[in-house]
Write a protein that binds this ligand. Sequence first.
Ligand SMILES: [Zn+2]
Length: 262
Amino acid sequence: MFRWIILVLICQLAPFFSASAQQDSPLLPPDGTSRRLRLPILMYHYISPIPPGADDFRRELTVEPDIFARHLRHLHEAGFKTVSLNDLYNALNAGQRLPQKPIILTFDDGHRDHYDHALPLLIEYGFQATFFIITGLADEGNPAHLSWEQISAMDVAGMEMESHSKHHRDLRNRSSDFLVYELLGSYQSLEAHLGEPPTSFSYPSGFYDATAIEVVQSVPYSIAVTTEPGNRHTMDDILTLRRIRIYGNMPVENLAVALASN
Ligand SMILES: [Zn+2]
């Protein structure tokens, strides 16, 4: 009986967890184990009706609320449980246990529709998500973007409100001063408004270079996400995590295929 239970446990954990010694890793976890996890991180942008006259770019970044609701229903029915980027960090770094079908939902750019359309549906399904905020737009009171009041309300509702820089500029080939202004500036704004510092960063348009990664780490953010595609993660990639891009009105069948991919 005992052996049978052990066997079932191994079978359940095998697809999500594998361990091997890797002594040369610069970010080797404290217990010396290099873990590799398969965990989809979905990347959404607008959750809104398609506005009149929308160009192809806007359409490609928009999931209409009824399609988004279908995505969440599919995730719920397929048994996915949302976890945070910090949960992924702790799983890679220290072996923290995750649900059997973990998933991370992320939303870039801090559009106001995240409060109007995404938040109510996430709450309805009991899902948690991470929202990457362009803090300069909240400071300006840009009406197309979340206000600090809305950002605080989403934080109180259990969402992770994290940094997408101050002004959404390309971070490649920049001076350290520029990067510190954009990355530490947004960190300090989020900390001042929410009472706790952010831990995660999303590179604007997915652009970064070695200097940008260094500044991300020094701010300090402990996790950063890119727009490169992929479902598998190690501690070596914790500042360049891969995501699954959700394109305009992506049919739920295609979402299911993306979730099953590597
Ligand atoms: Zn962005």
